[in-house]
Design a protein around this ligand. Structure first.
Ligand SMILES: [Mn+2]
Length: 347
């Protein structure tokens, strides 16, 4: 009963503070509130190897849900990557609490919807919502929960839209982490961009009070490309995702470097460590996409990995590495053909 009253008060407060929030715009807020969240905390969390979109979406979506009277808290599956840390430091904001085991807890997932990319133990957790831009994963809950997936360059662009649809004003700090997130996933609005991302960035840059988004993204990119003091395993895992296709599991790392001349050096280093990375990750196949702004090199490891490349990329020349010009996107150019090829394999 107390919760109900608190929610009603919150609704009144929102309606009072935001004159434009009419009956139509409050519909999504009502639907989000209608879920049975129980008495405990609901963690809002993104995927493993957290990137800027995963972190920005978790922080901003948890904040939105808090405004709706929901006991939501942002969380992360690991330390944030360098790009994200750079931006959060710049904004004077803290990284979310790090969780190591999902079992027994309650979650809303952002920026992923597959168990293979979720915090360990997620199959033994309760998932009460999903906001994603990667299609539909295998996370299950047969109860009535809000699941929102849209064709967007970043999950954060969807979260931005949800603020509008809930009639909740976006504060400066939330605009900043959302902007950080969209710029990261769209490579500075140069990749995977949809109309939703454009609308989000146009609005967010004003609220965030960040006039030069090019400079913000350049700083993030430079931080990401700095491998100083990092082991090869840390470089490989700084942006690493795991997938399942039929009976085959595979991991794909994406490494960004600013300098063309570092491509060969990085490829050699990672190839040298592949046996131990392979043992560590427990996947059937490993791939690594090393990119500059212009080009990508793909390298791989594991029995059948080269065969998978042959089947997925008919243009592969058999040289042991594959070069993409212009650069390739893991999400757009690498994972879909690999998945399609590997789905027919028997193991
Ligand atoms: Mn994303």
């Amino acid at each position: 009963m107390k919760r109900r009253i608190a929610a009603l008060l919150m609704m009144l407060a929102l309606t009072g503070s935001c004159g434009t929030a009419g009956a139509e715009t409050a519909l999504l807020a009502d639907l989000l509130r209608s879920v049975d969240y129980g008495d405990g905390v609901t963690y809002v969390i993104g995927h493993k190897s957290p990137d800027a979109d995963t972190i920005g979406s978790a922080i901003a979506y948890a904040w939105l849900l808090q405004q709706l009277g929901i006991n939501a808290r942002p969380a992360a599956a690991a330390e944030v990557n360098r790009e994200t840390r750079y931006a959060l430091d710049l904004f004077g904001m803290a990284q979310p609490e790090i969780l190591t085991d999902a079992a027994g807890k309650q979650f809303i997932l952002v920026d992923h919807s597959e168990y293979s990319q979720a915090l360990d133990g997620m199959k033994d957790a309760r998932v009460v919502g999903i906001v994603d831009h990667h299609g539909i994963g295998d996370v299950r809950n047969t109860q009535r929960i809000p699941v929102l997936s849209l064709p967007a360059g970043a999950a954060a662009s969807i979260v931005y839209r949800m603020y509008l649809d809930c009639g909740v004003e976006i504060p400066r700090d939330m605009a900043r982490v959302l902007l950080m997130a969209v710029l990261s996933d769209t490579k500075g609005m140069n990749s995977n961009v949809t109309q939703l991302d454009r609308e989000a960035v146009d609005a967010l840059r004003v609220i965030a009070e960040i006039s030069d988004i090019g400079a913000l993204y350049a700083g993030m990119k430079a931080a990401k490309a700095s491998f100083e003091g990092m082991t090869v395993s840390e470089i490989f895992h700084s942006d690493y995702k795991e997938y399942t296709a039929g009976a085959v599991t595979f991991g794909v790392s994406s490494v960004y470097t600013e300098a063309e001349e570092s491509l060969a050096e990085l490829a050699e280093k990672i190839e040298g460590e592949f046996p131990s990375l392979y043992a560590q990750d427990g996947q059937d196949l490993l791939f690594c996409l090393i990119s500059t702004d212009e080009t990508s090199w793909m390298i791989w490891y594991g029995e059948g990995a080269e065969q998978a490349v042959r089947e997925s990329f008919p243009e592969y020349d058999g040289s042991g590495r594959m070069i993409f010009v212009p650069k390739a996107s893991r999400k757009e150019n690498i994972v879909p053909p690999l998945t399609a090829a590997l789905e027919n394999w028997e193991r």
